[in-house]
Design a protein around this ligand. Structure first.
Ligand SMILES: Cc1ncc(COP(=O)(O)O)c(C=O)c1O
Length: 430
C-alpha cells in the first residue's frame, strides 16, 4: 500500500494556507492521487465516493473522456488568448450556446474566472445600468438572510451577515439591505413596502433561486421566487439570480428559475459549467440590460476585463460539458436521485440531534443541532469510504449527477451511520 501521508503533503502542509480553516490545529486533509467517475482515490489507494462533487462542480463525474479530449485538444492548439481585441472559437461558441440554452432573452454573456467575480460583475452591471439610464443614486442591493454569493468584498456585502462567514468585516462592507425571503404573506407585504419606499436607492435584488447553498442548503418554494420577480417588476428593480450552485440541473431543471417560470435580468453561472475541470464563470444579461450600455459615449461601456476571461481551455471544457448535458439532459437522472435521497435519508429524522431532513433535486440534507464536530465527522466518513464535508449544523450530499444508485446508497447509509454515531460521540464528549 502506498504511503497514506506522502511527503508532498507533509512538506507542503508547512506552507499551504487552506480555505475556511483554523490552521493552528488543522488536521492533515485527505491526500487525493487520482479521480475516476464518482470516486476520489487517495494516496494510499483507498477509494472515496464523492458526495460533494468537489464543491458542486463535477456534475458528469471525474475524467469524463469527452471533456478530457476537448481540453487536451485545446491545450495543444490554443490554450489562451486575451479577449480584449482577439477572438477565439471556444468563447464565442460558448456564448452563443449559453444564450440559447438559458431562459428568455438572457442573450449577452460576460466571462470571468470565478463565481464571486461573476457576481461582482453582475452587481457592477446593475449599478451602471441605472447610471447609464440617468438614475445614479441606485447603488444598493437587496439580498436575503441565509444567502451566499462569494468571498470578495462586494459579494460579502450581500451574504447573510451572520452565516455568510464574513461577520468580522461587517464595518468595512457596503451597507446593503438584507432581509428575510418573502415566504409568507406578512413577509411579502414587508418586502413590497421595502421595494416601494426605497426604489430610488436600489439597483437590484440578488438571490440564489430555490436553494441557498453555502448558507445552509435552505430551500424555498418556486412561488416565493415568482413573487420576488413580480415585485421587482412592479417597482422597477432589477433581479439578479445567482445560479452558480443551482444551475445545470442540480435542482431538477436545467436552471432553477425555470421552476418558477421566470427570467432574471442578470444571471450568474459557474461551478458545473466546466463539469468540475477548469475555473470559469459567466454573467448573462437580458437585452434591455445590455442595451443600456450602448451609446456614442465610450464611458457608458462596461469597464471590466479579467485577464483570463473566456480562457480557451475553460471554454472548451464548458462546451464539452454542455454537449453532455444536451446528449443526456439531467432532468430524469436528477429526479431519480431526488426520489432515492428522499427515501434513504428519511430514516435520519428520528435520530438524536436531528432537526430536519430535506431534499431538493440532487441535494440531500440532514440538519443537526449546532455542534463543532466537523473534523470528527469527516474522518468518520472517510473511514466508511465516502467524502462528505459537513459545515455549520448540516450534513449534506450534492453528488455528481451521474452517480449510480448503488454509490448513492453508500453515501446515504454513511450519512445515517455517522449521524447516528455522532449522537453517542457528542454525549460522550459533552
Ligand atoms: C451561489 C454561489 N454564488 C457564488 C459563489 C462563489 O463562487 P466562487 O467560489 O467560485 O468564487 C458560490 C460558491 O460556493 C455559490 O455557491
Amino acid at each position: 500500500m502506498a504511503d497514506p501521508h506522502p511527503t508532498w503533503l507533509t512538506d507542503g502542509f508547512e506552507h499551504i494556507w487552506l480555505p475556511y480553516t483554523q490552521m493552528q490545529d488543522a488536521p492533515l486533509p485527505a491526500p487525493i492521487a487520482r479521480t475516476e467517475g464518482c470516486r476520489l482515490i487517495m494516496a494510499d489507494d483507498r477509494e472515496l465516493i464523492d458526495g460533494v462533487a468537489s464543491w458542486w462542480t463535477a456534475a458528469h463525474g471525474y475524467n469524463h473522456p469527452h471533456i478530457r479530449q476537448a481540453v487536451t485538444r485545446q491545450l495543444a492548439t490554443l490554450p489562451h488568448v486575451m479577449l480584449g481585441g482577439l477572438a477565439h472559437e471556444q468563447a464565442y461558441t460558448l456564448a452563443t450556446r449559453l444564450a440559447n440554452m438559458t431562459p428568455g432573452d438572457l442573450s449577452r454573456v460576460f466571462f470571468s474566472e470565478s463565481g464571486s467575480v461573476s457576481v461582482e460583475i453582475a452587481m457592477k452591471m446593475a449599478v451602471q445600468y441605472w447610471i447609464n439610464k440617468g438614475a445614479s443614486g441606485r447603488s444598493r442591493f437587496v439580498s436575503f438572510t441565509g444567502g451566499y454569493h462569494g468571498d470578495t468584498f462586494a459579494t460579502m456585502s450581500v451574504c447573510d451577515p451572520e452565516e455568510g462567514m464574513h461577520s468580522l468585516f461587517a464595518g468595512l462592507l457596503a451597507d446593503q439591505i438584507i432581509t428575510d425571503l418573502p415566504a409568507d404573506t406578512m413577509k411579502q407585504q414587508r418586502f413590497e413596502e421595502l421595494l416601494a419606499s426605497r426604489t430610488s436607492e436600489i439597483a437590484a435584488v440578488v438571490m440564489e433561486p430555490l436553494v441557498q447553498g453555502a448558507g445552509g442548503m435552505i430551500m424555498h418554494a418556486p412561488e416565493t421566487l415568482r413573487f420576488i420577480r413580480e415585485a421587482c417588476d412592479r417597482h422597477g428593480v432589477l433581479l439578479i439570480l445567482d445560479e452558480i450552485f443551482t444551475g445545470f440541473g442540480r435542482t431538477g431543471t436545467l436552471f432553477a428559475c425555470e421552476q418558477a417560470d421566470i427570467v432574471p435580468d442578470i444571471m450568474t453561472l459557474s461551478k458545473a459549467l466546466t463539469g468540475g475541470t477548469l475555473p470559469l464563470a459567466a454573467t448573462l444579461a437580458r437585452t434591455h440590460v445590455f442595451d443600456a450600455f450602448l451609446s456614442d459615449d465610450p464611458e457608458r461601456a462596461l469597464m471590466h476585463g479579467p485577464t483570463y476571461m473566456g480562457n480557451a481551455m475553460g471554454c472548451a471544457a464548458a462546451n464539452a460539458a454542455l454537449d453532455l448535458f444536451e446528449q443526456d439532459p439531467p432532468g430524469p437522472r436528477v429526479a431519480r436521485i431526488e426520489d432515492q435521497l428522499r427515501e434513504e435519508l428519511e430514516p435520519a429524522r428520528p435520530l438524536a440531534g436531528v432537526r430536519d431532513v430535506r431534499v431538493k433535486g440532487a441535494i440531500g440534507v440532514i440538519e443537526l443541532e449546532p455542534h463543532t464536530d466537523h473534523d470528527w465527522m469527516k474522518a468518520e466518513f472517510i473511514s466508511r469510504g465516502v467524502w462528505i464535508r459537513p459545515f455549520n449544523n448540516i450534513v449534506y450530499t450534492t453528488p455528481p449527477l451521474v452517480i449510480s444508485a448503488g454509490e448513492l446508497s453508500q453515501i446515504t447509509s454513511a450519512m445515517l451511520d455517522v449521524v447516528g454515531a455522532w449522537g453517542t460521540h457528542k454525549n460522550k464528549e459533552g
